[in-house]
Design a binder for this molecule. Structure first.
Ligand code: UT7
Length: 334
């Protein structure tokens, strides 16, 4: 009998996405903080964002996105070996991936969360790839999902205008041909203070001589200009490195799919790399910055609209808190 080996290459074979129904446009947002549609749209490209209701959780939207990806890949949840949930806003600090595993009925899969803020999807893609390349797993579900609306200070106009909620997912499968062509990941903890969602401990004396720090997480704080400068400088660098590793040049790129943070960042990175606007994917206007979800959400929309086709070469880059950033180059499909 001729048994076909799955191979140690990686193919992205399915995508899915989900966003909450409720939309908040800039006009309405200006009833909450002193801002305007003109200011937000001209500085960021964002026109509206989706916000999760109390019953829409990271788990529910991630599960919905995952179901779309699994169906497109033509596999069943029981085929999954591993589920990675890239998120910074888990429903449970112990992790939400296992709730998704339960809700999908993916009993055979091991599941864990991965936290790398807006770089989470790219870091997750590379992490998932290592399990396939070593021959350990054949079918992996990677989800990027965030509900940042829970953690935004809705009285801070410098940050609350940027973020929205959403989820996107892909299925990665072992394949004869390796479609992950190159990657490069980076971290710089010395700039950690630029963007935080941090825990603030309050001293609480439990017993004489035993004091613990029991507090809570503070809303997102950000130095917008620093983050902007970091992204415009570091993202082209890391993309060039990944292209070099893949033995490709920008002429080989069909699509530039950056983390959807700000249209001005997308344009500046495209300019620096000499990639024309028609190759730059953007859905910022509809969703704002959905953190780990932004790349797979935009990817799924482009695939379902028939714009991204099998064999297209996609350069993707995530960047954000940590600071973390990274790029991965892949071809869609087997
Ligand atoms: O995943 C990564 C997430 N982070 C990012 O992508 C952030 C990257 N940075 C940015 O996108 C931009 O820095 C922002 C869009 C956040 C801000 O744009 P900016 O051009 O850097 O504005 P700024 O912070 O320098 O503020 C300029 C002015 C200030 O007024 P004054 O001090 O010049 O009088 C702000 O108070 O704009 C004011 N301002 C606003 N005005 C109306 C700040 N936010 C708003 C607002 N509406 N929402």
């Amino acid at each position: 009998m001729n048994v076909q080996q799955p191979g140690l290459g990686i193919a992205l074979t399915g995508s899915g996405s989900a966003t909450p129904l409720a939309a908040l446009d800039n006009e309405k947002l200006s009833q909450l903080v002193e801002t305007s549609d003109e200011w937000i749209a001209s500085r960021t490209g964002i026109r509206q964002r989706r916000l999760a209701t109390p019953t829409e959780t990271v788990t529910t939207i991630a599960t919905q996105a995952a179901q779309g990806a699994i169906a497109m890949a033509g596999i069943s949840p029981m085929d999954l070996d591993l589920i990675i949930l890239a998120t910074s806003t888990a429903d449970d600090l112990f992790g939400s991936a296992n709730q998704i595993q339960r809700d999908l009925g993916a009993q055979k899969a091991v599941a864990f969360d991965l936290t790398a803020a807006c770089s989470g999807f790219v870091f997750g893609l590379v992490t998932a790839a290592q399990f396939i390349r070593t021959g350990v797993y054949q079918n992996i579900l990677l989800i990027g999902a965030d509900v940042l609306s829970r953690w935004v200070d809705w009285s801070d106009r410098r940050t609350c205008i940027l973020f929205g909620d959403g989820a996107g997912a892909v299925v990665l499968q072992a394949n004869e041909h390796d479609r992950l062509l190159g990657f490069e990941l980076r971290s710089d903890g010395t700039q950690n203070q630029c963007l935080n969602l941090s825990y603030q401990p309050q001293p609480q004396e439990l017993l004489d001589g035993i004091t613990i720090g029991q507090g809570g997480f503070q809303p997102i704080t950000m130095n917008g200009q620093e983050v902007y400068r970091f992204a415009v400088r570091r993202v082209p660098e890391v993309i060039e490195k990944a292209l070099f590793r893949a033995n490709l040049t920008v002429e080989d790129v069909d699509w530039l799919l950056l983390h959807q943070a700000n249209q001005r960042i997308l344009d500046a990175v495209g300019d620096r790399l000499n990639i024309p606007p028609e190759k730059i994917i953007s859905n910022l206007a509809k969703y704002g910055n959905t953190s780990a979800a932004s790349i797979p959400l935009a990817l799924d929309e482009e695939i379902r609209q028939g714009n991204i086709k099998a064999g297209d070469t996609i350069v993707t880059s995530g960047f954000g808190a940590g600071l973390t950033w990274g790029a991965a180059i892949f071809q869609w499909g087997r």
